[in-house]
Design a protein around this ligand. Structure first.
Ligand code: ATP
Ligand code: MG
Ligand code: FE
Length: 344
């Protein structure tokens, strides 16, 4: 039967139902729903963990019912339950893990805790013509910026990581310091669309030396200085936003090219919230045309947190006979490289 996927690692409650079909995983997606807590946290300028947990408690079961109804299924039809077990906010993770465990136990079906970043990484498999390993994955989200060599599902080697801020975090913090409302990333990107090129230029951090690690916190300081020393007009804000976006995107493109060259891979998967950035998508696709690698993106709504990617990652592992004992356990910190393989 179909797998129920539950995502509650941060400020989005995501639920999905997916029937596992290896050749076209996306066609097995039966229904998905999402509730974003953005409004709840906006006044605080960031996610408040205790409020997040309580809101997951309020929203999760209604969303599960809604998703089942959308797919025309009942709980008895389920073949398994997958939930995000980490990394993320401990209290928020526990809400999803407890609900998932309770349902699986009551229905007598297996349950599996999914690594949130594996969920992001596999999200492009939900699209038509899914990528096959080996490939390189650029994972750029609110809490992570990583380049990962993917030899197979569960065979992950981290090639590069961020030394400080993640790419999404850099977008959010930069937006905030120029006075944009929370969450700033998408707002900053939209503003960049109105910017005039060439008025400002920021550095491409750590591209002048070898290596695949990232560092984005210095960019924030460059933006702060530029913004404070400017007329702070609407146009200037857009111009700075554009220069910031160009700096981040250029940096990511340079590192992706390097990672592809170093591994000899011919496919690049982009995932995580920043993967929704239009400039990043366009520039990576253009680099691929030039260098001869193919790019794979999730649809925009599956770049940011969602239940579909958790249902997918869980379904793959359940199909390989993996599941865990009926204990509610979460891993707020969890190393992606420590996952067991799910392909030979
Ligand atoms: P993690 O997955 O590391 O735990 P998260 O789940 O909070 O973090 P995601 O939901 O994957 O992160 O992505 C959210 C991030 O993506 C935010 O930092 C947001 O600003 C950023 N983001 C979303 N859309 C865009 C965009 N169009 N341009 C740039 N950044 C964006
Ligand atoms: Mg979020
Ligand atoms: Fe995420």
């Amino acid at each position: 039967g179909p797998v129920l996927g539950i995502e509650t690692s941060c400020d989005e409650t995501g639920v999905a139902l997916l029937r596992w079909q290896p050749e076209a995983p996306g066609e097995g997606l039966l229904a998905h729903t999402l509730y974003s807590q953005i409004k709840l946290h906006a006044d605080y300028g960031g996610v408040v963990p205790e409020l997040a947990s309580r809101d997951h408690v309020r929203k999760l079961l209604p969303l599960v019912r809604e998703t089942l109804a959308e797919a025309g299924l009942t709980p008895q039809d389920l073949g398994g339950v997958a939930y995000t077990a980490g990394p993320g906010l401990a209290g928020a993770l526990l809400v999803g893990a407890s609900a998932a465990r309770a349902m699986a136990w009551a229905l007598g079906v297996p349950a599996i805790g999914v690594h949130h970043m594996e969920g992001h990484l596999l999200a492009p498999l939900l699209e038509a013509d899914p990528p096959e390993p080996p490939f390189v994955a650029l994972l750029v989200s609110g809490g992570h910026s990583m380049l990962v060599e993917v030899a197979g599902i569960g065979h992950y080697r981290i090639l590069g990581d961020t030394l400080d801020d993640a790419a999404g975090e850099a977008f959010d913090k930069t937006a905030k310091l120029m006075g944009l409302p929370y969450p700033g990333g998408p707002a900053l990107a939209a503003l960049a669309g109105q910017g005039q090129p060439g008025r400002f230029r920021f550095s491409r951090p750590m591209t002048d030396r070898p290596g695949l690690d990232f560092s984005f916190s210095g960019l924030k300081t460059q933006v702060l200085l530029a913004w404070q020393g400017s007329d702070q007009s609407e146009q200037t804000r857009a111009d700075i936003a554009l220069a910031f976006e160009e700096a981040i995107v250029d940096t990511l493109v340079i590192k992706c090219r390097r990672a592809l060259e170093a591994t000899g891979a011919a496919r690049l998967v982009i995932a995580g919230g920043v993967g929704a950035n239009r400039r990043l998508r366009a520039e990576l696709a253009a680099a691929g045309d030039k260098d001869g690698f193919r790019t794979y993106f999730p649809r925009l709504q599956f770049c940011t947190d969602n239940g579909a990617m958790i249902a997918l990652a869980g379904a793959i592992r359940l199909a390989h006979g993996q599941h865990q004992d009926a204990t509610v356990q979460v891993f707020p910190r969890w190393d992606l490289e420590s996952l067991p393989p799910a392909t030979p």
